[in-house]
Write a protein of this length. Structure first.
Length: 288
């Protein structure tokens, strides 16, 4: 890998956001970013565990174990969501949103998340899906201006981080393990193409430039059991942590970054990294 070159470049293959933490992604053609903010509407809402530590309005930095996510609740992957940020309406389908729309199939749930009734409808649907007891219904979670990503240990700045995956790294992992690995298992916002496998682990600069957007890379992503879940079938069919350790010697796949200069990201856009980069110390990785 060219550790000392002045620049590496690739392109944005695809962009995703996850309006409700734990539910399916929605693909974007482009997205406006602001300095100090994450993807608009990404992980805007979450479903907290009834017996967890989430307190509405407390703006707590909590890890994923406090929420209903794929790590423990793989049935959530069987639900495909369509969210309209303009109306705050969420629709849930038992099939993919595209197939449901093309077939004209009605949504299993249509909920206006700006209303108490709509939020309760979502809570009730998920409680039934997960077969939760009456006293275990999820707590609808929203914190004005904040998000619920998987990196929630040190404070509000981390709540605005964006996640990035190198598709070449995912393919290389699959080739080494002899399996096909869907990159959506890693639930990243930005999918990069054109880099060498694992180039993101030793970038030649801590800043990624995408047009006017600047992304400050600050940490690798240590993975959890959520990656075992097949996003297409909702089956827990691949021991991803074991695969990572056996073939890479660690559990990392992807990186986190802060937005330090705003602008518009779009698929096909060039991405450049430059400067001098020291790989992240594995002991600093956050495991949630």
């Amino acid at each position: 890998m060219p550790q000392n070159s002045s620049a590496l470049s690739g392109t944005i293959d695809s962009l995703y956001y996850y309006p409700v933490k734990g539910l399916s992604p929605q693909r974007l053609d482009e997205v406006p970013l602001e300095a100090g903010r994450g993807f608009p509407h990404d992980r805007r809402y979450a479903l907290a565990r009834a017996d967890g530590r989430y307190v509405p309005g407390a703006r707590q930095p909590l890890g994923k174990r406090e929420f209903h996510v794929l790590m423990k609740d793989e049935r959530l992957a069987a639900v495909r969501s369509v969210y309209d940020p303009g109306t705050d309406v969420l629709q849930l389908f038992p099939a993919s949103p595209a197939e449901g729309a093309e077939a004209g199939a009605p949504a299993a749930l249509t909920a206006d998340l700006s209303t108490a009734a709509g939020r309760q409808a979502l809570v009730g649907y998920v409680a039934e899906l997960l077969e939760l007891p009456a006293d275990g219904q999820p707590v609808f979670a929203e914190e004005d201006g904040l998000r619920f990503p998987d990196l929630l240990r040190t404070g509000e700045r981390e709540m605005q981080a964006v996640s990035i995956i190198n598709l070449a790294s995912v393919r290389e992992l699959g080739e080494r393990a002899g399996v096909t690995v869907d990159p959506l298992r890693f639930r990243a916002n930005i999918h990069l193409e054109g880099l060498e496998p694992f180039a993101e682990r030793a970038l030649p600069g801590p800043v990624l430039e995408c047009g006017d957007v600047r992304l400050e890379v600050f940490q690798e992503t240590a993975r959890c059991a959520a990656t075992e879940v097949n996003p297409g079938t909702a089956g827990r069919d691949l021991p991803m942590l074991k695969v990572l350790y056996e073939h890479l010697g660690h559990s990392n796949m992807g990186i986190y970054a802060y937005v330090t200069a705003g602008g518009r990201l779009a698929t096909g856009q060039a991405v450049r990294a430059g400067g001098v980069w020291t790989p992240v110390n594995p002991s600093s990785l956050t495991r949630v």
